[in-house]
Each structure stands twice: as structure tokens, then as C-alpha cells.
Ligand binder design. Structure first.
Ligand code: PLP
Length: 439
């Protein structure tokens, strides 16, 4: 019996012993095609020689130095790489160990910005229903997934909640996409006015929603409307790209496809590709300038910020993506994946929607296609799909729908940027067989 508190306390997962390229092998010698990068993490696949070499060099030279005493060349180079490739004036980076830490950092940075510029009455965030921003208390508070929040709700800060942007679920039959988008923006403005704009710090949202509804992109013009409202009411726009960022959607940052630049961006999973735990916050010039002109200190910090070995892994991952032009591969293979999902799975009676951007795709399952009624959550369809796929040597990331029946079970697909056409064919073909068997 394992002495680890695993995700389930009733079962122990298979033991992974090695990994190479797009595959992970377990202790029984069985190979799995990693078509979800764990949770959209492994963007370069496993055991990339350039990343391993960079990590080895860094460990030999300087594995760790505390930031209370030193910086390192590697982390400075990583900051230069990320700020050079980010649009607008996202000129600063802060490095942490993962996505939730990045979100906590973003929330605190935004709050401190307003304290520094003499608006300490700004104390609340606006965030969306059915979102996921991490499992630490601040990140869980802005997140809108009731199942994750419920038992911890008494510990969470109060957040102004607005609707998700989910055209498949929430656009009315008689409503154009444009009218739906405008309805959401009207709702957001109303919520801002009701809360009192002078009390609000900012709006926080995933550009493409990942864990809770499965690669759900914003409607055209939605994020531009969000940006306009944030500017109008003096609020900051925080884009959480922990899952959808760093090339996963075909542009380095997903928001580039929406033609907006946030004030603060969180990134994590694809930053280090799973080679080391690392996350980051990118911050715009005006935020850092306000802290520089004010207290001269960001009142935050963890023991492992700016970790040199994590930075070496992330720098190598980002250099390989740039050198090998992998964003183009994401676009090409992403187009193939989406076309096949539409054509092969879209035909099935229980596939309600296929969606996403680049190599970030979601499939939503429904019991009844016409009414979009989800399967009964007690049926645990997502768990059956996962087990069946694993039995066939395929890793995808299925999640349950909401308990109130508003959203159906979905399957998240996020293969590495090096995925081949035949591997995509295997993913879609296997999923088709599994969905047919389980629904
Ligand atoms: N934000 C988003 C959008 C995420 O998808 C996640 C994780 O799935 C997080 C934050 C939390 O990241 P981590 O699990 O690394 O703490």
C-alpha cells in the first residue's frame, strides 16, 4: 500500500518508469501515447536532449542560490527571452514554481499596484463562473468551479462573479455570436457598476478555459470588450495562461489571437514543459514602475523563486520552440486534429461539441445532442473514458461535468508540439472507439 496521499485514496496509479518523445512507459513495460501532456504540461514531449543537456550544465555549475543573496545569469536570460517575445510593454517577469503560485503572485501584485498609486480602497477581483485558477486559497477564490471550491468557501476571499464565455452552452438559439458577446460584456459592466468600480482591482480570466470546460475559447471580440471595460473603470486585466499559454494554441500567448494585451499574464505548464516545476508572471511597465516609484519592493517571495535549474530547463524549452519553429507545427497539426475531431467524433450521437485552438482541444459529451443534456454525473463517464483510453495506451484528460447539470463531461487533448500526423490519427481513432463503447 502506498504511503503517498494520491489523488484518489482508493487506488494507486500505475508506476511510470521512463519516458521518451510522446510516450511514457510504466513498470509493466506498457507504453502510453501522452496526448494530454499530463495536464497540458509536456509541450516538447519527454527527454528532449537539448533540455536535459541544459539542465545538466546548470546543475553542475549552480543548482540553486537564494534570491535574498543572488540572481543568476540563467534566470536573467529567461526573463530577457520572455519579455522580448511578449507583446506590448510586458517588460518584467517574476518566477515561481507553478501555476497556482503564479496566480497568487498576480493577485498580490495587482493589489499592491493600487496601494502604491494611492487607491487602497480597491480590494476585490472580478472573475468568471466555471473557471479554474489553481488550488491555493487565493487562486481557488477567483476560480469559479463550485465542486473545487465548495468545502473551502468559508476560507476564500469574496469575488465578484460573472458568467463564463461559452458559446456552445450559453448562446441562445436566436442570438448571433456578436449579440451573445455583447450580452456578456453588458453583464460584466453591470457587475462592475453594482460592485462599485472604485473598489475593484481587476478582472481575471483564462484566455482559453482549460480544466473546467475543456479548451473553450472566447468568442470574437469578447476579450477586446473586457480590455475596454478594464480601461474604462481603471481596473487591471489579468490573463491566466497557465494552461493555454506558451505556444499551446499556436501563438506564444493565446491572447495574441484576440488582439489584446493584458496588464498581467500568468504562465506555467508549457513554460518548463514539465522538466522542472516553474511558473511566471509577466507584468507591464506601469505596474513595476509604480512599485519602483513607491515602496521599491514587491512584498512577496518564496524560497524557490528564480530557481536556476528550473530556469535552465524553461530557457532551453523556449529556445527549442523558437529554433525549431514549433509554433508552426502547433498550427499545422492543430488544424489536422480539429478537422478530425469535427469529422470523426462530431458525427457520434453523444459528442455535443468539439472546440479549441492549436494543440489544445476539447470534446464535450452529452446524453442528448439536441437538448445538450449532459450525462448524469453519478455515471462518471469521464472516469470510464480515462480508464478505457489508458487500457489502450492513450493518455487524454477527461473531466466530469458540473453537478448542477449545466456542463457535460469533457475530454481535454493537448499533445506535445512534436506530435506526428499518425499519432493524431491514433488519438482520434482510439477516442472514437472508446466513446462509442462507453456511451
Ligand atoms: N491556472 C490555470 C488556468 C490552470 O489550468 C491551472 C492548472 O491546471 C492553474 C492555474 C494551477 O496551476 P498548478 O496546478 O501548477 O498550481
Amino acid at each position: 500500500m502506498s504511503q503517498i496521499i494520491h489523488r484518489s485514496l482508493h487506488s494507486t496509479p500505475p508506476v511510470a518508469v521512463s519516458a521518451q518523445g510522446a510516450y511514457i512507459t510504466d513498470a509493466a513495460g506498457k507504453r502510453y501515447l501522452d496526448a494530454c501532456g499530463g495536464a497540458a504540461v509536456s509541450c516538447l514531449g519527454h527527454a528532449h536532449p537539448d533540455v536535459l543537456a541544459a539542465m545538466h550544465r546548470q546543475i553542475d555549475q549552480l543548482a540553486y542560490a537564494h534570491t535574498g543573496f543572488f540572481t543568476s545569469d540563467t534566470v536573467e536570460q529567461l526573463a530577457a527571452q520572455l519579455t522580448r517575445t511578449a507583446p506590448g510593454d510586458l517588460n518584467y517577469a517574476y518566477f515561481v514554481s507553478g501555476g497556482s503560485e503564479a496566480v497568487e503572485t498576480a493577485l498580490k501584485l495587482a493589489r499592491q499596484y493600487f496601494v502604491e498609486i494611492g487607491q487602497p480602497q480597491r480590494t476585490r477581483f472580478v472573475a468568471r463562473a466555471q473557471s479554474y485558477h489553481g488550488n491555493t486559497l487565493g487562486a481557488l477564490a477567483v476560480g469559479g468551479n463550485e465542486w473545487r471550491r465548495r468545502q473551502f468557501a468559508p476560507l476564500l476571499i469574496d469575488v465578484v462573479r460573472v458568467s463564463a464565455c461559452n458559446a456552445y452552452r450559453d448562446r441562445r438559439a436566436d442570438e448571433s455570436e456578436q449579440a451573445y458577446t455583447q450580452r456578456l460584456l453588458n453583464e460584466l459592466e453591470q457587475a462592475i457598476l453594482e460592485a462599485g468600480p472604485e473598489t475593484l482591482i481587476g478582472f481575471c480570466a483564462e484566455t482559453v478555459v482549460g480544466a473546467t470546460t475543456g479548451a473553450t475559447p472566447p468568442t470574437p471580440g469578447y476579450l477586446q470588450g473586457v480590455r475596454r471595460l478594464c480601461d474604462k473603470y481603471g481596473m487591471l486585466y489579468i490573463a491566466d495562461e497557465v494552461m493555454c499559454g506558451m505556444g499551446r494554441t499556436g501563438t506564444l500567448h493565446a491572447f495574441e489571437q484576440d488582439d489584446v494585451v493584458p496588464d498581467i499574464v500568468t504562465i506555467a505548464k508549457g513554460l518548463g514543459g514539465g522538466y522542472q516545476p516553474i511558473g511566471a508572471v509577466l507584468a507591464s511597465e506601469k505596474i513595476v514602475a509604480a512599485l519602483q516609484a513607491g515602496s521599491g519592493l514587491f512584498q512577496h517571495g518564496h524560497t524557490y523563486i528564480c530557481h536556476p535549474t528550473a530556469a535552465a530547463a524553461a530557457l532551453a524549452v523556449q529556445q527549442v520552440i523558437e529554433r525549431d519553429n514549433l509554433l508552426e507545427a502547433v498550427k499545422t497539426q492543430g488544424a489536422r486534429l480539429h478537422q478530425q475531431l469535427r469529422e470523426v467524433l462530431g458525427e457520434l450521437p453523444h459528442v455535443g461539441d468539439t472546440r479549441g485552438r492549436g494543440l489544445f482541444a476539447g470534446v464535450e459529451l452529452v446524453e442528448d445532442k439536441a437538448s445538450k443534456r449532459p450525462f448524469d454525473p453519478a455515471f462518471k463517464l469521464h472516469a470510464q473514458i480515462k480508464a478505457n483510453c489508458m487500457a489502450r495506451g492513450l493518455m487524454v484528460y477527461p473531466m466530469g461535468g458540473t453537478l448542477d447539470g449545466q456542463y457535460g463531461d469533457h475530454i481535454l487533448i493537448a499533445p506535445p508540439f512534436i506530435v506526428t500526423a499518425s499519432q493524431i490519427d491514433f488519438v482520434v481513432d482510439t477516442l472514437r472507439q472508446v466513446i462509442v463503447e462507453e456511451t
